[in-house]
Ligand binder design. Structure first.
Ligand code: GDP
Ligand code: ZN
Length: 365
């Protein structure tokens, strides 16, 4: 479904924070718009006057120093209104969250594949491919994005031990809501309906084959059935040749389903490791040495917790393995870029920690 003509900005996810961020651009007569899709430097966007096409200027290209400065699906832009032809991108508003992957080509930094995602559905399948270690990896990625993670265990129809699996998953994803469902037959989808709030931006990550497309179709199909006028709107056929990667669900939630999101892998996850391994971190805060490596140091509270059986040793190993992998990846990008991006992400990280503290008390996060 396309974003309807004249859609109020709130329906696209606009909020007070953006109001404040946009003030300087509004003063210059620029218009806000959100990126629905990107194709070779041309952006399909939606703003207060409906959909239009925007492009970046030569000057924008010159000013760009890092791959992540380019607009991505979900970004909010400040546009110079088009007199004829395409609107021109003047600025990309600061992102609340982002998914990225190492950029190709000679420009340093990360390529952002989705921006301003509020909630990320981490999809795993309850089939023979079910793997807690892989799920931990996706959780680190999810937490690092700045979006709020929710775990969806799909293909529950193929699993005889759903209860056990739920317990195992809760054990490796402290504080994260977990749902079991079957995208194929639709069972268990209803409980996630309240998550699809109007104006909230959601995205899906997970390995190929876990059922992300099936789930997207189920969400669309199931919601379409419940919303007649939306279907009517669809039949008017306001289509362009570009495939939209930010879709408005009939509930009013905004779903990002882009090929780029399918390709996100391990990238800069150390920002999310503390949250993804909040259980390990909580014990670690009681280690005698603040730089304890949880090896054979005296007074290691993590090793003590493992010995008592309060913490699975695999959790510590997973955290250490992911930290090593993330550090190795980080060395591949320009260190200065990384320093900049770390500063920018500190604030987001802090909000994640606060979230953990609200959930677990002052020790967490
Ligand atoms: P994606 O790569 O994550 O987008 O996965 P797809 O949506 O393409 O699904 C991969 C395969 O799993 C397809 O054959 C689907 O029909 C199947 N599948 C998806 N969801 C379910 C489910 O809930 N139960 C079962 N049994 N199969 C499913
Ligand atoms: Zn220790």
């Amino acid at each position: 479904m396309s974003v309807a003509h004249g859609t109020p900005l709130a329906a696209l996810g606009w909020d007070r924070r953006l109001d404040a961020l946009f003030a300087e651009h509004a003063a210059r007569g620029l218009l806000p718009a959100r990126v629905l899709s990107e194709q070779r430097g041309s952006y399909q966007v939606a703003g207060p006057t409906g959909e239009l096409t925007a492009t970046i200027t030569g000057r924008f290209r010159n000013d760009v120093t890092r791959a992540e400065d380019y607009p991505a699906v979900g970004d909010w832009l400040a546009l110079a209104p088009a007199v004829t032809g395409q609107a021109l991108v003047q600025a990309v508003l600061p992102r609340r969250s982002r998914f990225a992957r190492p950029a190709r080509g000679d420009i340093p930094g990360a390529q952002v594949v989705a921006a301003n995602v509020d909630m990320v559905f981490v999809v795993a399948a309850l089939d023979h491919d079910f793997n807690l270690r892989r799920l931990e990896r996706y959780m680190a990625l999810a937490w690092s994005s700045g979006a709020e993670p929710v775990i969806l265990l799909n293909k529950a129809d193929l699993c005889q031990e759903v209860g056990e699996r739920l317990a195992e998953v809760r054990g490796v994803a402290p504080g994260v809501p977990v749902y079991a469902l079957s995208a194929r037959d639709g069972s268990g989808i209803e409980p996630i309906e309240p998550l699809l709030e109007a104006g909230r931006t959601v995205a899906l990550i997970g390995s190929s084959g876990v059922g992300k497309s099936t789930l997207v179709n189920a969400l669309l199909g199931w919601q379409r059935q419940a919303t007649r006028d939306v279907r009517a709107d669809d039949q008017r056929g306001r289509h362009t040749t570009t495939r939209r990667e930010l879709i408005v669900l009939p509930s009013g939630a905004l779903l990002i389903d882009s090929p780029g999101m399918r390709a996100v892998g391990m990238w800069d996850v150390d920002e999310g490791l503390a949250s993804a391994f909040a259980d390990v971190e909580q014990f670690a805060s009681a280690c005698r040495f603040s730089d304890c490596t949880h090896g054979s140091e005296p007074g290691c509270a993590v090793q003590a917790a493992i010995e008592r059986g309060d913490l699975a040793e695999t959790r510590l190993h997973s955290q250490q393995r992911l930290a090593r992998e993330s550090a190795a990846l980080a060395r591949r990008v320009d260190p200065e870029t990384r320093a900049n991006s770390r500063r920018k992400w500190k604030a987001i990280h802090k909000s994640v920690r606060n979230h953990m503290r609200t959930k677990y008390g002052p020790e967490a996060g």
